[in-house]
Design a protein around this ligand. Structure first.
Ligand code: GLU
Length: 584
């Protein structure tokens, strides 16, 4: 629902700001029949329901919701970025995935982020043209609609165009995110005009319109995928990357992207990663996202324990240790499969998981774990030598996840992003969307599988997942949050399947993110809690800086035929779960 802009209006450049009424209360959990949706944004969930009510399927509704999130959550996602979509086609009983990850321009080399043999400063690269990968979102939406949808771009973009044109109420969360990016956004006048007021974050309660983004969406509605990858919009993207339009005096590095980079961009249809866990069949995202493999490896390790019979702290200790081991392997081996022959079959092998499990001390937390050797567990052992484990790089907590089902049982689990909050910070002038900084997901130096290369996709952590039991959909889950995406999805499955929590409880529980670092990342309020103290008895330790971790979204397909949509009860300003017909 869009809150109409009442009362006072102030004209700031082309954007009208007004003081608006507070947004209607969101419902983070809803059960019913027909289609269901969970996103972090009320207008996005409404857009999905509107499309389902018009007879669209879940693929149509997912694109409609994603396009609306591009308006209301522009710092997490948008057409300037990319993503990973897992789709279940009920009639065919088939799961497919669409990789529309951003791709390195042809100018990229393994040393693109180095100078004189030294790594460039991370934040300086983020806010520059160098960090921008060729955006994949529009090509991904096109493939999804063209192959599996039933509606046109014009139909599914209509709700997002409406929100961008009429405006939406800026939330505390939105304003807070701008605040954290004031310096980055101030570098670029087109960005500052949209999100800053006299150099400061647009306040909560204001109504924000984005007529330029409405125009960009209208061009896609009229011209389809070509309107993005060639012609005026493509030229505007390339210009913004190669000569970032900065404020006077700002020094920002240029990228090197060509019109051919855009014209040549392809989404990839990939086989999902399939794994099993305690009677569930899980389908997740394959490389270049490390999400599916890492979640599956950690669950395979956990499957060897009778977690249900244990005290919670004991089970959670094992969850943290399994996650640590899976991350050691993820960091060492996983990268774009078109460039690196990663030992995926070995990493997914249950016997390999048993070997990894032997390293876990049920009573004592381990230090940082080295990668294992999955090669003997590959079917094909004629593979290259094991690479060195690269060091951990900083990955933030951004992105968005949404999930939709329809009355026919088709399901979409979709995570998409522009990488950091606000991506590169560069709004494409005249088109109202932020360009990603996805190229900073590459390792800045090697040797490592995930070094930058021309036409390569940086390793991701996005983990959209759909689970089945006895051949029928059981639940879907996914999350934002950089590398914490993997642990959030893993922990939510562990909470739900092993600790026996309801899905809302599983989603809302405090997150513990162990990624083979020196300490486990936790959220504010966790340290000092009874749960924390119980885990400290096995030597688990927490990072000093607590931060909110990944706002997840899920669907549960109940045995009575109803669906429960589950969004966040408290993270990222509360999510929005809706169903077509509510159960009474
Ligand atoms: N770039 C991240 C990834 O693909 C997602 C962005 C984030 O959430 O930090 O894994």
């Amino acid at each position: 629902m869009t809150i109409r802009p009442p009362f006072r209006t102030v004209l700031v450049s082309s954007i009208i700001v007004s003081l608006a009424l507070p947004a209607a209360a969101k419902t983070p959990v809803a059960t019913g029949t027909g289609g269901a949706v969970a996103t972090i944004s009320e207008p996005a969930s409404q857009a999905a329901i509107a499309i389902l009510n018009k007879g669209g399927n879940s693929i149509d509704a997912a694109v409609a919701a994603a396009a609306t999130l591009g308006v209301t959550d522009p710092f997490s996602c948008g057409i300037g970025g990319g993503g990973f979509m897992v789709i279940y086609l009920a009639r065919d009983k088939r799961v497919i995935t669409i990789d529309h990850r951003e791709t390195a321009p042809a100018s990229f080399t393994p040393t693109v982020f180095q100078k004189d043999g030294k790594e460039l400063d991370f934040d300086t690269v983020v806010a520059s043209g160098m960090s921008v990968g060729v955006p994949g979102t529009v090509r991904g939406w096109h493939e999804a609609l063209d192959r599996y949808g039933s509606m046109s771009f014009k139909q599914v973009l209509a709700p997002a165009i409406d929100v961008a044109t009429k405006g939406f109420t800026v939330s505390d969360n939105f304003s807070h995110l701008v605040q954290g990016n004031e310096a980055k956004f101030a570098l670029f006048p087109a960005t500052a005009a949209l999100y800053l007021r006299n150099g400061k974050a647009i306040p909560a309660g204001a109504t924000l319109r984005n007529p330029d983004l409405a125009k960009a969406y209208r061009e896609l509605a009229a011209g389809g995928v070509k309107a993005f990858y060639s012609g005026r919009m493509a030229r505007a993207i390339v210009d913004a990357v190669n000569a970032p339009p900065t404020a006077p005096g700002a020094r920002v590095a240029a990228g090197k992207m060509t019109l051919a980079d855009l014209a040549n961009y392809e989404a990839r249809l990939r086989q999902p990663v399939h794994s099993t866990y305690r009677g569930y069949d899980l389908y997740g995202m394959p490389l270049p996202s490390s999400g599916g493999v890492a979640v599956a490896e950690a669950l395979n390790i956990l499957e060897g324990y009778d977690l249900k019979a244990m005290p919670r702290a004991q089970a959670e200790h094992l969850y943290l240790e399994a996650s640590r081991l899976a991350f050691a392997d993820r960091n060492a081996y996983l990268a774009d499969p078109e460039f690196v022959d990663a030992p995926v079959a070995g990493l997914l092998n249950k016997a390999y998981a048993a070997r990894r499990r032997e390293l876990i001390n049920p009573r004592q937390a381990s230090a940082q774990a080295p990668a294992g050797d999955p090669y003997p567990f590959q079917n094909d052992v004629s593979v290259p030598l094991r690479p060195n484990a690269p060091k951990l790089i900083a990955e933030g907590a951004h992105t968005t996840h949404l999930t939709v089902s329809d009355k026919d049982g088709n399901i979409v689990s979709y995570t998409y992003t522009i990488e950091s909050w606000g991506g590169s910070g560069i709004v494409v002038p005249g088109y109202g969307f932020l360009l990603n900084n996805e190229m900073t997901d590459f390792d800045f130096s090697g040797p490592a599988p995930n070094v930058p290369e021309a036409g390569k996709r940086p390793r991701s952590s996005m983990s959209p997942t759909i689970a089945f039991k006895d051949g029928k959909p059981a639940f879907s889950v996914g999350s934002p949050g950089g590398a914490t995406i993997i642990t959030t999805v893993l922990q939510t499955i562990f909470n739900y399947v092993d600790l026996g929590m309801s899905m809302p409880d599983a989603v809302n529980a405090p997150r513990l993110s162990e990624r083979n670092g020196l300490a486990t990342d936790v959220e504010p309020g966790f340290a000092g809690s009874a749960q924390a103290l119980a885990l400290e008895k096995t030597g688990q330790r927490w990072s000093k800086e607590a931060e909110e971790i990944g706002a997840a979204n899920a669907l549960v397909f109940n045995p009575d035929g109803t669906v429960t949509a589950v969004s966040e009860g408290h993270r990222h300003g509360v999510g929005s779960a809706l169903v077509q017909q509510r159960a009474h």
